[in-house]
Design a protein around this ligand. Sequence first.
Ligand code: PAF
Length: 280
Amino acid sequence: MKIIDNIKELKEEINKLKGSIGLVPTMGALHDGHLSLIKKSVMQNENTIVSIFVNPIQFGVNEDLDKYPRQLKQDASLCEKEGVNIIFAPKVSEMYSCEKNNLTLICPPYEVVDKLCGKSRPGHFDGVCSVVAKLFNLTKATRAYFGQKDAQQLFIVKKMVKDLNFDIEIVPCPIVREEDNLALSSRNQYLTENDRKLALNISKALFNIKKLFKEGISDIKVLIDASLKIMDGLDVEYIEFVDKNTFDFQTKVDRNTLVLIAARVPESKTRLIDNIDIWE
Ligand code: PAF
C-alpha cells in the first residue's frame, strides 16, 4: 500500500494501475462504517484508493475543523489490512492554492441545499461537491463509495454526477450501527458518557417512527411528537420526512419516505445526524 501526499505522485501511480478503481473519499478517523465502504470497494474493484483529507472548505467558521480527529497512522494500518492500494492524504496547500472565495467551486442549487443540513451549514455542500469533484478527476475512479448516513450528501453528490456527466458510478452503502443502534460517526469520539446515552435516543426515535408506521400511524405530526418526546434533553435541529428519490418534503408518509434527524447533545455540543428508510 502506498501513502501519497501529493498530486504529481498520485497521477503517476494512477497511470500505472490496471483495471477498475474504487474511490472511498473520507476525512479519516476511520471506523467500521468507513471500513464497510472500503470492503465493498475492494470486493468490486481491482484497485481501491482511500482519500483522507479533512476538507477545510466544507466547514463553517464556528465548526469543528481544528478539533476534527486526525489519526493517519491508525487509519493507514486499517486500510492496509483491508487491501487498499493507495491512500491519498494531501495537505490543504496541495489541494487548494488559494482561499475558498477565490476558488472555482461546484455549488449545488439552492433548492437542494437550503434545507436539512445545508440550512444550518451554509456553503457546506459547495465545499463537499468541490472536493469530491477534484477527487473524482484526480483518481479517475470507476466507482465511488458513500455512506447512507450522510443521506443529503449522497443525494447531492449523485445529482452532481448526473448534472455534470461525471463518468463514475456512485455506490451507496448502508448505515453501520453500534450494537445499541448508535450510527457510527467519526464525531462520536467527542461524546461524553452522558452525551452518548442521550445520543442513543436519536436512533431510538427513528426506529420508533418505523414501528409506529408499521402499526398504521402515518400522520407526520403524531410521529414527530412521539419522536420529540423520546429525544427530550437533546437539542433537535430538525426532524424531517422527505421522499428519498427527490428529497422533497412530504406531508404524508409513504413507501419512499426517508426520515432524517440532526441533533446536538448537551455536554460536548456534538452535532449528530441519522436517518431511516421507513420501508426497508
Ligand atoms: O463524508 C465525508 O467524510 C466528507 O464529506 C467527504 C465526502 C469525504 C468530502 O470531504
